[in-house]
Design a protein around this ligand. Structure first.
Ligand code: FE2
Length: 181
């Protein structure tokens, strides 16, 4: 049994506040991409979708005169660090297993290299899936953060994804128990 569902995370008021700030539509699309990628990369879809949903919750609003100031953002952004910490706190509050909260937080920490020194990191499959999922939904000049979605439609999409994740988690369990039988 999963301890904290995607819906639990989505419905949390703190998650809602930060998801809306960085773009609900982008967070949901990234979660769907992460689900598909988690199947092809044989990564736990529960962790991948929760990490993808929360990956941008550390964003600060870099606005100047009502528009996103990309230059200021590039110079000052630490959203992955802040997001990892926020997600970890939120997941632990909701009752997530500490090992899983840590995996999700680190996947969020490493989903972007915008603040990291140049070079290649040896990332885990989960970390790779979350980064790829984000990149699949990105638009030039951060436009993906502005895409809109109605809250009721967002909730419906999360419910649909929740069913897919539940099924996929069950399939993984069956597969691992039949391979050890
Ligand atoms: Fe993103």
């Amino acid at each position: 049994m999963r301890r904290v569902s995607l819906t639990d995370v989505f419905n949390d008021p703190i998650a809602q506040k930060y998801l809306k700030r960085s773009g609900l539509a982008h967070a949901i699309s990234t979660s769907f991409h992460a689900f598909e990628l988690s199947i092809s990369h044989e990564v736990n879809p529960d962790l991948a979708t929760k990490a993808a949903l929360l990956h941008d919750i550390g964003h600060y609003e870099w606005y100047t005169d009502g528009t996103w100031d990309f230059q200021r953002y590039r110079e000052n952004d630490i959203h992955a660090i802040k997001g990892a910490e926020r997600a970890h706190k939120l997941l632990i509050k909701l009752g997530e297993k500490p090992q899983d909260a840590k995996k999700i937080a680190i996947a969020i920490l490493l989903h972007t290299d915008s603040y990291l020194p140049d070079g290649e990191l040896a990332v885990s499959p989960l970390q790779k899936v979350v980064k790829l999922a984000d990149e699949l939904d990105e638009e030039p000049f951060g436009r993906h953060h502005y895409r809109k979605i109605e809250l009721h439609l967002a909730s419906k999409k999360i419910a649909d994804l929740e069913m897919k994740v539940t099924q996929a988690v069950q399939n993984r369990k069956k597969k691992s128990s039949s391979s050890t039988a």
